[in-house]
Design a protein around this ligand. Structure first.
Ligand code: IVH
Length: 724
């Protein structure tokens, strides 16, 4: 590597802007040339290592001099990973979603919950502002300079769209005035109706279904020049990481964002009670048609930021905000056919194929039918829905859309039912593999019993395994999984096969690098990306297995509880050897006594018996377990460290609250204790570590004293909880 140490490669600290600009121009040209050579010649001039070194140097310069980064920089362009498109950004603070409300009652409930959580006698103030129907974006400013823009992604990890965001006129490159050292601004990218119509006309007709899709499609362009040509706008409504608070109130913080140079929504109002919030919602809905951009509801936020901090977050939504949605839009259309999809857990999901129809600006041609009961016109208890009207192929149905979710079917018009139509016969065998499809008692879903032998389940499981929150292997997405699954020479049929791919490729005559769509560099890149994930955090591994009921949150809890894969699997095997477990509450109590391992699992905060049942059944199922064992020999699970937040005075301890708390409600005390890693129990036992007793504490305090449990008062508790 002679030439990779670039001539102009001076140390960042001593580099001035002029020389940096020269070096950036030079590097950009050399990388662009290398890209071209790579794509047009069979023998690239630069080695991969030399190429990477140039790119890393350019990235470092662009980070040090963000104002010099050009929208057409090769660091932002295709070369990197065509299939995946953008680099990834781990959000410094998760991007949350919002709890939805649909009625005035949902609003009064929300206000009541906030009040009771905080223990307030009076209703606190709330802001009300339109919920913009676009896509959220997080903008990171360091010393007032825009250094990074990222999409929401899954909330934890988004896509790096910095170059594209820089082309949006509403997004300042530099902030002026009293600028915090670090500021992450969050808001919504959207497109106005008139810009959307002009864009679609210019592109020769119906290109995008609606302004939201147009905004998303435009922001996620590989070429920033294309984004620059699209009329995108941005409203700021929130923030992520900050070096100092923006204000004491939500409304004050939004005003600060305005003063810093952002557009904020002019319809934002301060409300003093639920009636005021509902009136503002109605007023905003009145203006909906004339605003010139799409909104799908009103967002209420607790105004006092110290209250927001106390209220905190559930797993994906803040307790201090509510999205009050406008009613769903509906349309009638013909249901042509019912298809059955087989998911990763074997669930047979009926999909309605519809005559395309526009519902609230979006063309809809598929809708979910949930399950066979829903089609037959009854709910899971057998009670009639739609007054018992069933849904058949050929029927006229009422479709509705609420938010981003898959459209649903609300009703059916019997007067237009074709003569001679037959009730839909839900399949009792898997349409993909022919295995029996059965319904467990109490389950509304019929499932294929083929397990790993069912190709549909196996493919869906693999797709889940490589998905973003799981193994997240660059260059191995859903499309590639389908390709490798069907590959006769270099197949991937189960997760372990991914990690033997490179080895099998070497033994092969038909090497991957010689295939259509691959080359030496992309094949090597894929193998390197796989190698990179051979060591994986335990939580991701658990989530990746795709076990029913085990989502990201539960996987994290299990990983932190057991620390290692071996400990987890030992606990599950031990539980499996215990007497049969009834899921129902009454019988469980008697079973628990002779099932200590089972009860260790169900006692974990956030892990219920249904989840434990699913874990135990799946991991002790022979073929499934053999496949997982093969995977485990290929990888190394990084032991989970207990979360930092849990290393508190009460982490791992069991707390009981009793008596009256005067400065914090029970709900808040419980949420605070749990956030600090403690478990909160309802009654005192030998397992209790700490009793917090307010005035009026009775039998619990006496019992604690008898058991020798430490008892503290509220002041002491507040000192521990850090708010005395
Ligand atoms: S606040 C922690 N305010 O709605 C709360 N979100 O359904 C973060 N959205 O992902 C969101 N307008 O993309 C907030 N005025 C508004 C909004 C808004 C639109 C979007 C946002 C969020 C989604 C949640």
């Amino acid at each position: 590597m002679t030439d990779t140490n670039h001539d102009g490669g001076a140390d960042m600290a001593t580099l001035d802007e002029g020389r940096a600009a020269d070096e950036i121009a030079d590097l950009s040209a050399r990388i662009a040339q290398a890209n071209e050579e790579y794509h047009t010649l069979d023998a690239p001039v630069l080695s991969d290592a030399e190429y990477d070194a140039l790119k890393l140097r350019l990235l470092a310069l662009e980070r040090a001099f963000p104002q010099l980064a050009r929208p057409d920089s090769p660091t932002q362009a295709v070369g990197a990973a065509p299939a995946e498109g953008f680099g990834k950004v781990v959000h410094a603070q998760r991007m949350m979603s919002l709890e939805n409300g649909f009625s005035a009652e949902d609003v009064t409930d929300f206000v009541a919950r906030v009040r009771s959580f905080l223990g307030l006698r009076d209703t606190p103030a709330f802001t009300a502002e339109p919920k913009i129907d676009g896509l959220s974006l997080s903008l990171r400013y360091e010393n007032g300079v825009l250094v990074q823009a990222a999409t929401r992604g899954d909330g934890a990890v988004g896509e790096n769209v910095t170059a594209n965001a820089r082309t949006i006129a509403d997004i300042p490159h530099r902030l002026t005035g009293d600028v915090p050292a670090l500021l992450e601004v969050r808001g919504e990218v959207y497109m106005t109706h008139s810009d959307f119509q002009r864009l679609n006309a210019a592109e020769g007709g119906r290109v995008f279904a609606n302004p939201r899709n147009a905004a998303a499609g435009s922001l996620r362009q590989i070429d920033p020049a294309v984004t620059a040509s699209r009329p995108l706008r941005f409203f700021a409504y929130g923030w992520g990481q900050l070096s100092e608070p923006l204000a004491d109130t939500q409304i004050g913080a939004v005003q600060r964002l305005g003063a810093l140079g952002f557009q904020t929504n002019p319809l934002t109002r301060l409300c003093h009670d639920a009636d005021g919030m509902i009136a503002t919602w109605a007023a905003i809905e009145q203006q909906r048609a004339t605003l010139g951009y799409d909104i799908d509801g009103v967002v209420y936020k607790v105004n006092d930021l110290s209250y927001q901090t106390r209220l905190g977050y559930r797993s994906t939504t803040p307790r201090w905000a509510l999205a009050h949605k406008f009613p769903a839009e509906t349309a009638w259309t013909r249901l042509d056919r019912i298809d059955i999809q087989v998911g990763r857990t074997g669930a047979l999901s009926p999909i309605a194929r519809l005559e395309p129809v526009t519902v609230g600006g979006v063309v809809v041609s598929n809708a979910t039918l949930h399950n066979e009961d829903y089609i037959a016109g009854r709910d899971s208890t057998g009670a009639p829905i739609r007054e018992g009207r069933d849904i058949r192929e050929g029927d006229w149905v009422k479709v509705y859309r609420a938010g981003d979710v898959i459209p649903k079917i609300a009703d059916v018009d019997l007067s237009r039912r074709p003569q001679g139509s037959q009730p839909y016969a839900f399949p009792e065998t898997c349409p993909q593999c022919g295995s029996d499809a059965i319904r467990e008692p109490g389950d509304s879903v019929r499932r294929c019993t083929g397990g790993m032998a069912c190709p549909a389940q196996a493919v869906e499981k693999l797709k889940h395994f490589v998905s973003r929150a799981a193994f997240d292997i660059e260059g191995l997405g859903a499309k590639q999984i389908e390709m490798f699954f069907a590959d006769p020479v270099l197949p991937i049929r189960e997760p372990a096969d991914i990690f033997t791919l490179a080895q099998r490729d070497t033994r092969n005559l038909a090497r991957l690098k010689n295939r259509e769509g691959f080359g030496a560099r992309s094949a090597e890149k894929l193998f390197a990306a796989i190698e990179d994930k051979r060591r994986i955090p335990l939580a991701r591994l658990i989530f990746a297995l795709g076990i029913r009921h085990v989502g990201e949150v539960a996987a994290g809890i299990l990983a932190r509880h057991f620390g290692t894969w071996d400990a987890l699997i030992a606990a599950i095997d031990a539980a499996a050897r215990e007497p049969a477990h009834a899921a129902d509450d009454k019988t469980r109590r008697t079973v628990l006594a002779d099932s200590p391992h089972w009860s260790e699992l169900t006692a974990i905060n956030g892990i219920g018996s249904v989840l434990v049942q699913s874990l135990v059944t799946t991991l002790t199922q022979e073929a499934e377990r053999a496949s997982i064992d093969r995977l485990i020999t290929q990888i190394e699970a990084i032991p989970a460290a207990a979360r930092q937040a849990e290393e508190t005075a009460v982490s791992g301890k069991t707390l009981v609250f009793t008596g009256t708390l005067e400065r914090m409600t029970r709900a808040e005390a419980k949420a605070r204790a749990e956030a600090m890693g403690a478990k909160v129990a309802g009654s005192v036992s030998a397992k209790t570590d700490l009793l917090i007793a307010g005035p009026g504490a009775g039998s619990k305090a006496a019992k604690a004293a008898a058991l020798g449990v430490t008892v503290i008062d509220e002041d002491e508790w507040l000192r521990i909880a850090g708010s005395a």
